[in-house]
Write a protein that binds this ligand. Structure first.
Ligand code: GLA
Length: 379
Protein backbone atom coordinates (compact mmCIF):
# COMPACT_ATOMS: atom_id res chain seq x y z
CA UNK A 1 0.00 0.00 0.00
CA UNK A 2 1.17 3.55 -0.72
CA UNK A 3 2.33 5.57 2.31
CA UNK A 4 -0.08 7.79 4.24
CA UNK A 5 1.77 10.75 2.68
CA UNK A 6 1.14 9.62 -0.90
CA UNK A 7 -2.44 8.58 -0.15
CA UNK A 8 -3.08 12.02 1.36
CA UNK A 9 -1.87 13.80 -1.79
CA UNK A 10 -3.97 11.50 -3.99
CA UNK A 11 -7.06 11.84 -1.82
CA UNK A 12 -6.71 15.63 -1.69
CA UNK A 13 -6.64 15.83 -5.50
CA UNK A 14 -9.55 13.41 -5.82
CA UNK A 15 -11.66 15.18 -3.21
CA UNK A 16 -11.02 18.85 -4.08
CA UNK A 17 -9.54 18.72 -7.58
CA UNK A 18 -6.55 20.77 -6.41
CA UNK A 19 -3.05 20.29 -5.02
CA UNK A 20 -2.43 21.21 -1.36
CA UNK A 21 0.25 23.78 -0.65
CA UNK A 22 1.71 21.91 2.30
CA UNK A 23 1.59 18.59 4.09
CA UNK A 24 1.88 18.30 7.88
CA UNK A 25 2.65 14.96 9.49
CA UNK A 26 3.54 13.40 12.83
CA UNK A 27 4.48 9.89 13.96
CA UNK A 28 3.02 7.44 16.44
CA UNK A 29 5.38 6.10 19.08
CA UNK A 30 6.46 3.01 20.89
CA UNK A 31 7.92 3.29 24.37
CA UNK A 32 11.12 1.30 24.95
CA UNK A 33 11.07 1.77 28.72
CA UNK A 34 9.85 4.28 31.32
CA UNK A 35 6.17 3.37 31.62
CA UNK A 36 3.75 5.31 33.79
CA UNK A 37 6.60 7.57 34.87
CA UNK A 38 5.69 10.65 32.80
CA UNK A 39 2.94 11.93 35.10
CA UNK A 40 5.29 11.35 38.03
CA UNK A 41 7.63 13.96 36.50
CA UNK A 42 10.06 11.14 35.72
CA UNK A 43 11.99 9.99 32.64
CA UNK A 44 10.81 8.02 29.63
CA UNK A 45 12.61 6.51 26.63
CA UNK A 46 10.22 6.20 23.67
CA UNK A 47 10.94 6.32 19.96
CA UNK A 48 8.89 7.59 17.02
CA UNK A 49 7.51 5.03 14.61
CA UNK A 50 7.88 5.18 10.84
CA UNK A 51 4.07 5.20 10.71
CA UNK A 52 2.67 8.74 10.52
CA UNK A 53 -0.58 10.67 10.47
CA UNK A 54 -0.72 13.12 7.58
CA UNK A 55 -2.86 16.24 7.06
CA UNK A 56 -2.85 18.19 3.80
CA UNK A 57 -3.27 21.94 3.89
CA UNK A 58 -4.80 24.26 1.30
CA UNK A 59 -5.60 27.69 2.80
CA UNK A 60 -9.22 28.83 2.53
CA UNK A 61 -11.47 31.42 4.09
CA UNK A 62 -14.04 30.62 6.76
CA UNK A 63 -14.45 27.03 7.89
CA UNK A 64 -11.88 24.27 8.34
CA UNK A 65 -12.96 21.45 5.97
CA UNK A 66 -11.50 17.97 6.38
CA UNK A 67 -11.94 14.57 4.78
CA UNK A 68 -10.54 11.58 6.59
CA UNK A 69 -9.61 8.54 4.56
CA UNK A 70 -11.30 6.11 6.93
CA UNK A 71 -13.46 8.17 9.28
CA UNK A 72 -15.71 10.43 7.20
CA UNK A 73 -15.82 14.21 6.74
CA UNK A 74 -15.83 17.12 9.18
CA UNK A 75 -16.34 20.86 8.86
CA UNK A 76 -16.05 23.36 11.67
CA UNK A 77 -16.01 27.09 12.20
CA UNK A 78 -12.78 27.96 14.06
CA UNK A 79 -14.77 30.55 16.04
CA UNK A 80 -16.95 27.83 17.56
CA UNK A 81 -15.81 25.80 20.60
CA UNK A 82 -14.04 22.46 19.98
CA UNK A 83 -16.69 20.74 22.08
CA UNK A 84 -19.04 21.27 19.09
CA UNK A 85 -17.00 18.75 17.08
CA UNK A 86 -17.15 14.99 17.64
CA UNK A 87 -14.83 12.01 17.20
CA UNK A 88 -11.49 12.55 15.46
CA UNK A 89 -12.51 16.07 14.35
CA UNK A 90 -12.58 17.20 17.98
CA UNK A 91 -8.80 16.64 18.19
CA UNK A 92 -8.24 18.88 15.15
CA UNK A 93 -10.73 21.48 16.35
CA UNK A 94 -9.07 21.38 19.78
CA UNK A 95 -5.70 22.03 18.13
CA UNK A 96 -7.11 25.08 16.36
CA UNK A 97 -8.81 26.38 19.48
CA UNK A 98 -5.88 25.96 21.87
CA UNK A 99 -3.21 27.19 19.46
CA UNK A 100 -5.28 30.26 18.72
CA UNK A 101 -5.86 30.81 22.43
CA UNK A 102 -2.07 30.85 22.92
CA UNK A 103 -1.67 33.51 20.25
CA UNK A 104 -0.45 31.37 17.38
CA UNK A 105 -1.78 32.57 14.04
CA UNK A 106 -4.33 30.11 12.71
CA UNK A 107 -5.42 30.02 9.07
CA UNK A 108 -8.50 28.05 8.05
CA UNK A 109 -7.74 25.36 5.49
CA UNK A 110 -9.20 22.47 3.63
CA UNK A 111 -7.42 19.16 3.56
CA UNK A 112 -7.49 15.43 4.11
CA UNK A 113 -6.33 13.16 6.93
CA UNK A 114 -4.67 9.78 6.43
CA UNK A 115 -2.78 7.59 8.86
CA UNK A 116 -0.58 4.51 9.02
CA UNK A 117 -0.68 4.45 12.83
CA UNK A 118 -2.99 1.67 14.04
CA UNK A 119 -5.80 3.28 16.04
CA UNK A 120 -6.35 2.17 19.62
CA UNK A 121 -3.30 -0.12 19.66
CA UNK A 122 -1.34 1.86 22.29
CA UNK A 123 0.90 3.39 19.62
CA UNK A 124 -0.35 6.95 20.27
CA UNK A 125 -2.49 7.52 17.20
CA UNK A 126 -4.16 10.38 19.06
CA UNK A 127 -0.85 12.15 19.81
CA UNK A 128 0.10 11.78 16.13
CA UNK A 129 -3.21 13.37 15.12
CA UNK A 130 -2.79 16.18 17.66
CA UNK A 131 0.75 17.02 16.55
CA UNK A 132 -0.12 16.89 12.84
CA UNK A 133 -3.21 19.04 13.45
CA UNK A 134 -1.26 21.66 15.42
CA UNK A 135 1.37 21.89 12.69
CA UNK A 136 -1.35 22.14 10.02
CA UNK A 137 -3.24 24.80 11.98
CA UNK A 138 -0.14 26.95 12.55
CA UNK A 139 1.41 26.50 9.11
CA UNK A 140 0.87 30.02 7.94
CA UNK A 141 1.98 31.72 11.11
CA UNK A 142 4.66 31.06 13.69
CA UNK A 143 4.79 27.36 14.66
CA UNK A 144 5.30 26.37 18.30
CA UNK A 145 8.63 24.83 19.35
CA UNK A 146 8.45 21.04 19.99
CA UNK A 147 7.97 21.35 23.78
CA UNK A 148 5.24 23.98 23.36
CA UNK A 149 3.64 21.86 20.65
CA UNK A 150 3.64 18.87 22.99
CA UNK A 151 2.15 20.89 25.86
CA UNK A 152 -0.65 22.05 23.56
CA UNK A 153 -1.22 18.45 22.47
CA UNK A 154 -1.39 17.29 26.08
CA UNK A 155 -3.93 20.06 26.75
CA UNK A 156 -6.07 18.78 23.85
CA UNK A 157 -6.11 15.38 25.61
CA UNK A 158 -6.69 16.84 29.08
CA UNK A 159 -9.02 19.77 28.41
CA UNK A 160 -10.78 18.98 25.13
CA UNK A 161 -10.98 15.17 25.15
CA UNK A 162 -11.02 14.80 28.94
CA UNK A 163 -8.25 12.22 29.50
CA UNK A 164 -5.68 12.86 32.22
CA UNK A 165 -2.67 11.61 30.24
CA UNK A 166 0.97 12.69 30.59
CA UNK A 167 3.32 14.38 28.12
CA UNK A 168 5.35 11.45 26.74
CA UNK A 169 3.36 10.63 23.61
CA UNK A 170 3.08 14.20 22.37
CA UNK A 171 6.69 15.14 23.08
CA UNK A 172 8.23 12.17 21.33
CA UNK A 173 5.89 12.70 18.37
CA UNK A 174 6.98 16.36 18.24
CA UNK A 175 10.70 16.06 18.91
CA UNK A 176 11.94 12.59 17.90
CA UNK A 177 15.15 12.15 15.94
CA UNK A 178 15.76 9.61 13.19
CA UNK A 179 17.67 6.52 14.32
CA UNK A 180 17.37 7.25 18.05
CA UNK A 181 15.13 6.81 21.04
CA UNK A 182 14.37 10.04 22.90
CA UNK A 183 15.18 10.37 26.59
CA UNK A 184 12.63 12.82 27.97
CA UNK A 185 12.75 14.51 31.35
CA UNK A 186 9.03 14.93 31.88
CA UNK A 187 9.54 17.75 34.38
CA UNK A 188 11.87 20.06 32.47
CA UNK A 189 10.79 18.68 29.05
CA UNK A 190 14.46 18.46 28.09
CA UNK A 191 15.08 15.80 25.48
CA UNK A 192 18.18 13.89 24.50
CA UNK A 193 18.43 11.48 21.56
CA UNK A 194 19.92 8.09 22.47
CA UNK A 195 20.90 6.25 19.27
CA UNK A 196 19.75 2.67 18.91
CA UNK A 197 22.90 0.51 19.03
CA UNK A 198 23.96 -1.45 15.95
CA UNK A 199 22.99 -5.08 15.60
CA UNK A 200 19.60 -4.88 17.23
CA UNK A 201 16.02 -4.22 16.12
CA UNK A 202 12.96 -2.90 17.88
CA UNK A 203 9.99 -5.09 17.06
CA UNK A 204 6.46 -3.90 17.79
CA UNK A 205 3.88 -6.66 18.11
CA UNK A 206 0.18 -5.91 17.99
CA UNK A 207 -1.80 -8.49 19.93
CA UNK A 208 -4.90 -7.44 17.99
CA UNK A 209 -6.66 -6.53 21.23
CA UNK A 210 -8.23 -3.11 21.67
CA UNK A 211 -9.35 -1.19 24.65
CA UNK A 212 -10.14 2.45 24.96
CA UNK A 213 -7.52 4.00 27.19
CA UNK A 214 -8.81 2.70 30.50
CA UNK A 215 -9.71 6.09 31.89
CA UNK A 216 -10.76 4.88 35.29
CA UNK A 217 -7.75 2.59 35.81
CA UNK A 218 -5.37 5.27 34.49
CA UNK A 219 -6.86 7.89 36.79
CA UNK A 220 -6.69 5.48 39.73
CA UNK A 221 -2.97 4.85 39.10
CA UNK A 222 -2.35 8.59 38.92
CA UNK A 223 -4.22 9.07 42.18
CA UNK A 224 -2.21 6.25 43.86
CA UNK A 225 1.03 7.91 42.76
CA UNK A 226 -0.10 11.33 43.99
CA UNK A 227 -1.01 9.75 47.32
CA UNK A 228 2.41 8.03 47.52
CA UNK A 229 4.16 11.33 46.83
CA UNK A 230 2.06 13.08 49.46
CA UNK A 231 2.83 10.43 52.08
CA UNK A 232 6.55 10.65 51.27
CA UNK A 233 6.48 14.44 51.43
CA UNK A 234 7.75 15.01 47.89
CA UNK A 235 6.29 17.06 45.03
CA UNK A 236 6.24 14.02 42.72
CA UNK A 237 7.52 10.42 42.93
CA UNK A 238 10.45 11.48 40.78
CA UNK A 239 11.83 13.24 43.87
CA UNK A 240 11.74 10.15 46.10
CA UNK A 241 14.67 7.78 46.68
CA UNK A 242 14.58 4.33 45.04
CA UNK A 243 13.90 2.55 48.36
CA UNK A 244 11.32 5.00 49.67
CA UNK A 245 8.45 2.68 48.68
CA UNK A 246 9.42 0.66 51.78
CA UNK A 247 8.05 3.50 53.90
CA UNK A 248 4.59 2.98 52.37
CA UNK A 249 2.04 0.23 52.74
CA UNK A 250 -0.28 -1.85 50.61
CA UNK A 251 -1.33 -0.83 47.13
CA UNK A 252 0.32 2.57 47.25
CA UNK A 253 3.65 0.91 48.13
CA UNK A 254 3.32 -1.39 45.10
CA UNK A 255 2.61 1.50 42.76
CA UNK A 256 5.55 3.47 44.14
CA UNK A 257 7.84 0.44 43.89
CA UNK A 258 7.05 0.26 40.17
CA UNK A 259 7.58 3.96 39.50
CA UNK A 260 10.78 4.24 41.55
CA UNK A 261 12.17 1.03 40.07
CA UNK A 262 11.24 2.14 36.57
CA UNK A 263 13.14 5.41 37.08
CA UNK A 264 16.28 3.41 37.90
CA UNK A 265 15.66 1.12 34.93
CA UNK A 266 15.38 4.05 32.49
CA UNK A 267 18.74 5.38 33.65
CA UNK A 268 20.20 1.87 33.30
CA UNK A 269 18.69 1.48 29.83
CA UNK A 270 20.29 4.72 28.62
CA UNK A 271 23.69 3.60 29.94
CA UNK A 272 23.26 0.19 28.35
CA UNK A 273 22.35 1.72 24.98
CA UNK A 274 25.36 4.01 25.04
CA UNK A 275 27.61 1.10 25.99
CA UNK A 276 26.02 -1.19 23.39
CA UNK A 277 25.13 -3.62 26.19
CA UNK A 278 22.09 -5.21 24.60
CA UNK A 279 21.76 -8.01 27.14
CA UNK A 280 21.33 -5.51 29.97
CA UNK A 281 18.90 -3.41 27.94
CA UNK A 282 16.77 -6.49 27.24
CA UNK A 283 16.86 -7.56 30.87
CA UNK A 284 15.67 -4.14 32.00
CA UNK A 285 12.77 -4.34 29.54
CA UNK A 286 11.81 -7.73 30.97
CA UNK A 287 11.93 -6.34 34.49
CA UNK A 288 9.81 -3.38 33.45
CA UNK A 289 7.08 -5.68 32.16
CA UNK A 290 7.10 -7.83 35.27
CA UNK A 291 6.79 -4.74 37.45
CA UNK A 292 3.93 -3.34 35.34
CA UNK A 293 2.17 -6.70 35.59
CA UNK A 294 2.71 -7.42 39.27
CA UNK A 295 3.07 -4.06 41.04
CA UNK A 296 1.34 -1.59 38.75
CA UNK A 297 -1.30 -4.07 37.54
CA UNK A 298 -1.78 -2.59 34.08
CA UNK A 299 -0.92 -5.58 31.90
CA UNK A 300 -3.50 -8.07 30.67
CA UNK A 301 -3.81 -11.69 29.49
CA UNK A 302 -3.01 -10.97 25.83
CA UNK A 303 -0.02 -8.72 26.59
CA UNK A 304 1.35 -11.27 29.08
CA UNK A 305 0.88 -14.15 26.63
CA UNK A 306 2.60 -12.28 23.79
CA UNK A 307 5.48 -11.22 26.03
CA UNK A 308 6.13 -14.75 27.26
CA UNK A 309 5.84 -16.21 23.75
CA UNK A 310 8.32 -13.61 22.46
CA UNK A 311 10.77 -14.25 25.29
CA UNK A 312 10.88 -17.95 24.44
CA UNK A 313 12.09 -17.39 20.86
CA UNK A 314 15.71 -17.27 19.61
CA UNK A 315 17.06 -13.73 19.23
CA UNK A 316 14.72 -12.12 21.76
CA UNK A 317 16.74 -10.04 24.24
CA UNK A 318 13.74 -8.66 26.13
CA UNK A 319 10.03 -7.96 25.77
CA UNK A 320 7.45 -5.85 27.54
CA UNK A 321 4.04 -4.26 27.19
CA UNK A 322 4.20 -0.71 25.88
CA UNK A 323 1.98 2.32 26.50
CA UNK A 324 -0.88 2.62 28.94
CA UNK A 325 -1.54 -1.12 29.14
CA UNK A 326 -4.41 -3.66 29.23
CA UNK A 327 -4.43 -4.25 25.46
CA UNK A 328 -2.66 -3.30 22.23
CA UNK A 329 1.05 -3.78 21.61
CA UNK A 330 4.18 -5.17 23.14
CA UNK A 331 7.74 -4.16 22.22
CA UNK A 332 10.59 -6.64 21.86
CA UNK A 333 14.32 -6.14 21.46
CA UNK A 334 15.67 -8.64 18.93
CA UNK A 335 19.18 -9.32 17.64
CA UNK A 336 19.48 -7.97 14.11
CA UNK A 337 20.18 -11.25 12.32
CA UNK A 338 17.18 -12.98 13.92
CA UNK A 339 14.47 -10.40 13.16
CA UNK A 340 12.86 -12.26 10.27
CA UNK A 341 12.85 -15.69 11.91
CA UNK A 342 11.66 -14.16 15.21
CA UNK A 343 8.81 -12.32 13.51
CA UNK A 344 7.62 -15.38 11.62
CA UNK A 345 7.92 -17.69 14.61
CA UNK A 346 6.11 -15.29 16.92
CA UNK A 347 3.14 -14.82 14.59
CA UNK A 348 2.89 -18.61 14.26
CA UNK A 349 3.38 -19.45 17.94
CA UNK A 350 1.09 -16.87 19.56
CA UNK A 351 -2.07 -18.31 21.03
CA UNK A 352 -4.56 -15.69 22.09
CA UNK A 353 -5.77 -16.41 25.62
CA UNK A 354 -9.47 -17.28 25.91
CA UNK A 355 -9.83 -14.45 28.41
CA UNK A 356 -8.82 -11.85 25.82
CA UNK A 357 -9.17 -12.92 22.18
CA UNK A 358 -7.83 -10.78 19.32
CA UNK A 359 -10.40 -8.66 17.50
CA UNK A 360 -7.89 -7.39 14.92
CA UNK A 361 -5.11 -9.24 13.09
CA UNK A 362 -1.93 -9.94 15.04
CA UNK A 363 0.88 -7.95 13.41
CA UNK A 364 4.66 -8.06 13.90
CA UNK A 365 6.55 -4.94 12.76
CA UNK A 366 10.29 -4.29 12.95
CA UNK A 367 10.49 -0.51 13.25
CA UNK A 368 13.27 1.97 12.62
CA UNK A 369 13.28 4.90 15.08
CA UNK A 370 12.01 7.80 13.00
CA UNK A 371 11.85 11.58 13.05
CA UNK A 372 9.21 13.76 14.69
CA UNK A 373 6.47 16.04 13.41
CA UNK A 374 7.20 18.12 10.33
CA UNK A 375 5.69 19.96 7.43
CA UNK A 376 6.78 20.18 3.85
CA UNK A 377 5.92 22.28 0.82
CA UNK A 378 4.20 20.43 -1.99
CA UNK A 379 6.04 21.19 -5.20
C1 GLA B 1 -0.43 6.59 27.89
C2 GLA B 1 -0.35 8.08 28.20
C3 GLA B 1 1.09 8.52 28.47
C4 GLA B 1 1.77 7.61 29.50
C5 GLA B 1 1.57 6.14 29.13
C6 GLA B 1 2.10 5.22 30.20
O1 GLA B 1 0.23 6.34 26.67
O2 GLA B 1 -0.85 8.83 27.12
O3 GLA B 1 1.12 9.85 28.89
O4 GLA B 1 1.32 7.88 30.78
O5 GLA B 1 0.19 5.84 28.93
O6 GLA B 1 3.49 5.30 30.27
Amino acid sequence: MASAHQRALDLHRARYGTTPTRVASAPGRVNLIGEHTDYNDGHVLPLALPMRTVITVEPTEGDVVLTSESFGEATFDPDNPASDSVGWARYVHGAVELARGEGYGISPWRGVVTTDVPVGASLSSSAALEMAALIAACLHGQSPEPAALARLGQRIENEVIGLGTGIMDQLVSAAAVDGAALLIDCRSLETRPVPLPDGVAVVVVDTGTRRELETSAYDERRADCAEAARLLGVAALRDADPDDWQRLEGRVAMRARHVLGEQVRVAGAVEAMIAGDLVTLGRLMDQSHDSLRDDYEVSGPALDAMVSTARGLPGCLGARMTGGGFAGCIVALVTGDKVDSFSEALAAAYQAPAAQPSTEPVAVMAVRPSSGASSELVT
